[in-house]
Each structure stands twice: as C-alpha cells, then as structure tokens.
Design a protein around this ligand. Structure first.
Ligand code: GLU
Length: 428
C-alpha cells in the first residue's frame, strides 16, 4: 500500500498547481529569467522518512533560506554573546534590503534581513578565517544540515554580483560602524555565494528537520549544532523569517519558516516535521505564492500550527501501591514533561518520611523532557532527604543524566519480584 501521506501531498500539489499569480523576482537576472512553472513540496519526518510531490529533484538557489543556517553557524563559531552583540533579533517591519538598524545600538535588527545576514556571514569561522575559508565553511555547514554535499551555482552568483550595489552599501555601512572587520567586497562575495548554494525541496525538508530535531540531521545522525542554537534559530525564523508577512504567517500557518527570492520556503515544526516547497512566482511580500498556499493548507489540515493545543495530558501515575516487602511503588506513564512531572511530584509529596524504599517505575515512560528530568531528580532528592532509598526501574534508559545527584540511587531493569499488582493496597 502507498502511505496516505503521499496521496495527501499529491492532493495539496494538485490544488495549488493552477495558481499562477505572482511574479518572479526581477532584480537578479538569473531569477528574472527562471522558468516560473516548476512546483514541488517535500516533507521529512524525525526518523528521516521523506515524501514529495512535483518536481522534487529540481535544484534552485537557496537565497535567503541560507540566512537562518548561516546564523546557526555564526552562533556555533562565536557563541551567543558575540553574535547577539553584533545582530539583534527584532522584526524590522521593513523590506529585506533596508538599512534596518536598532536606533540605540546600531545593530542590524535581525539576521534574516540582508544587513543582518551580511553581518552574521562575516562572523562564521572565527576572527582568523579568510574569506575563502569562510565560504568553504558555509557550503560545508549547509551540506551538514542537508545531509549531502551541496554545490554553488557560480552562474547565479555571478549574475547577482553584477548588480549587488545595495548589498555592498549595507556591508560597507556595517564595516564603518565596526560591526564587521572584513573587506565589504569579500563579505558581499561570500554572502552572494552563500545565497547561490543549490538545493532541492528534499534538501530544505531535511535542513528544516535538522533544526526541528534540535540540531541532529535525521539522515546522517550527525549533530550539526546544539539544541540551544536550533531553538534560537527557529525562534528568530518565527518572528522574522517571512519578510514583512511574518505576523500574517504566524497567525495563519504557525510554522517557523524562512523564504527566499528564488521561490523556496523552508519550514521547521519542532519535534515533528521539516517542510520544503519551491515555486518561483512571489507575492507582494516576496514569498512564493504556491508555497504559502501549500503551507497554509497543510497547517490547517494537519493541525501543524505551533500554538495548536496538544492532546490532553494523561494521568502520569499509572499505579501506586505498597509492595510485598513494604517498599512503595510509584509507576509513571506517558511523556514526562512539566505537567506530568508535576503530578509525579504531587504523588511523591504524599509519601510520609520513612526509611523504606520508593520504587519509581519508568517502564511506561516513552521519553523524559528537560523539565521532567529536572523535576523528577528534585523529587527523588526530596525523598532521600526524608530518609527514603530510591530505586528506579528504567529498562529503556529514559533517565540519562543527573542520577549522581540522588544519593544511593539504585537502578533495576525490571520491577523487583513480588512488587505488585494493580489490586494491591495504595500506599499512604
Ligand atoms: N541574494 C539575495 C539578496 O541578497 C537574497 C535575498 C532573499 O532571498 O531575500 O538580495
């Protein structure tokens, strides 16, 4: 059987295909002359499964969609403090090629507009990187996000450089303000090459999924950036990724995204899916018309809006009882995040001080979120402070860090013999 996801994507493709409104970008010769007809959609799931519809193997230049990834690489190479000192994270409310600077600090408003992207570009590779090294590092970094070796469309790069005066002026302004230290010519050349990297919608979906998985590529399993960087990049994409339509996009689509003038859109829904679309005709804001339509439809049909209310939390306490040897058993179930860990802590708080063991069974816990782990460890520490011994039953190794914070913690792969049936008396 063909999975219904393929049929669903085909339906979305068919429904958007007839929409021929919008215009190609006209300020870069190669883009003005590009075939306006191609259209493609691709999805990538957390385990690296890929789906597509349309012309999914066609390559196009990544353009502005490179910006969030260059920002990620700058954060990787220079750290949050240095990058934040150079570029702000505020939506500009201006066109992508405006001189949008914070009036107090003089920093570019964000890394998704050209003046901010030129500045982040110059930070990649550290202070000693030459322009050529930086350029190579960017192609390598983008390739790590895509999980395959990407190449530069030198023709597209040359065509944009014929008329890159505005970007040169922006880079020169940043050099004059001391925000970049390199020769503005080198920065514009490197940045334009960065924008001319060739990708397909498959690549975009994998790059999006790499961010959405917290920095780990779903195809190669390589960690490209830290979870903190991936989160920061998706946050800035959410507020600034869709040109001057970011607010509209957030309310109608609600998927962190970035679009580019060649007609691509990349989406990254945390933990769930990476999405790539390509169609060259753009709306008045510079976003691909069919791409926006496809994203709107998918978000609506699949409840992909990041603010969609998740399914109700299940009761985290599967079972609590006293075992044959007098220990207390608390069996947890479901994903352990803030609300479920709070339930567990409330249950722990009902256990009176004493020297008996408390057995915490994690067998039915599929994963533990950061908040859940912190709260669980705190709860276990409180129980030991009240005299209890702690035993965790953790056959799937869900609790991976912080055990050393709990004195005398013991681990078991299965419940101890005689520990329980649902009918046993509840603990006091
Ligand atoms: N290379 C393009 C420029 O700098 C990218 C713009 C975009 O995609 O928004 O003008």
């Amino acid at each position: 059987m063909q999975t219904p996801v393929t049929t669903y994507l085909d339906d979305i493709y068919e429904c958007c295909l007839d929409n021929r409104s919008g215009e190609r970008a006209d300020y870069i010769r190669e883009l003005a002359e590009a075939d306006p007809e191609p259209f493609a959609i691709a999805l990538c799931t957390p385990d690296g499964t890929q789906y597509s519809a349309g012309d999914a193997l066609r390559e196009f230049t990544i353009q502005s969609i490179s910006k969030p990834f260059a920002y990620a690489l700058a954060l990787r190479d220079r750290g949050f403090e240095a990058v934040n000192a150079a570029v702000d994270v505020e939506p500009s409310g201006d066109a992508f090629n405006e001189i949008s600077l914070d009036e107090h600090t003089g920093r570019p408003e964000n890394p998704m507009i050209n003046i901010g992207a030129l500045t982040t570009h110059a930070l990649i590779g550290g202070p000693d990187a030459s322009a050529a090294q930086r350029s190579a590092l960017i192609v390598e970094g983008l390739s790590q996000f895509a999980g395959r070796e990407l190449t530069v469309d030198e023709g597209a790069c040359a065509s944009e450089l014929e008329d890159a005066w505005r970007n040169l002026a922006l880079a020169a302004l940043m050099r004059a303000a001391g925000k970049i230290e390199d020769d503005p010519d080198d920065v514009v050349l490197g940045y334009t090459r960065q924008c001319a990297v060739r990708v397909t919608v498959h690549d975009l979906s994998v790059m999006g999924m790499t961010l959405a998985r917290g920095g780990v590529n779903p195809l190669t399993q390589e960690r490209v950036v830290s979870p903190e960087i991936a989160q920061q990049v998706m946050a800035v994409m959410t507020s600034c990724g869709m040109y001057d339509a970011a607010g509209d996009w957030l309310s109608h689509v609600g998927i962190p995204a970035k679009s580019g003038v060649s007609g691509g859109i990349l989406g990254a829904l945390p933990g769930q899916v990476g999405i790539g679309t390509f169609s060259p005709r753009l709306d008045a804001f510079g976003n691909s018309v069919r791409g926006v339509q496809a994203f709107e439809q998918m978000s609506k049909d699949m409840g992909m809006h990041m603010m969609a209310i998740p399914a109700p939390t299940i009761n985290a306490i599967g079972q609590h009882c006293r075992t044959a040897d007098g220990s207390k058993l608390v069996a947890l179930q479901g994903v352990l995040d803030f609300p479920t860990a709070e339930m567990a802590l409330r249950r722990f708080a009902q256990i009176p001080p004493g020297s008996d063991d408390v057995i915490i069974d994690l067998t039915l816990v599929p994963s533990i979120a950061q908040a859940g782990a912190k709260m669980l460890l705190t709860g276990m520490r409180s129980l030991t402070a009240e005299g209890h011994g702690i035993v965790i039953v953790d056959p799937h190794q869900r609790l991976t860090a912080g055990e050393d914070q709990v004195t005398g913690l013991r681990r078991l792969d299965s419940r101890p013999r005689g520990a329980l049936t649902a009918a046993e008396a509840p603990t006091g």
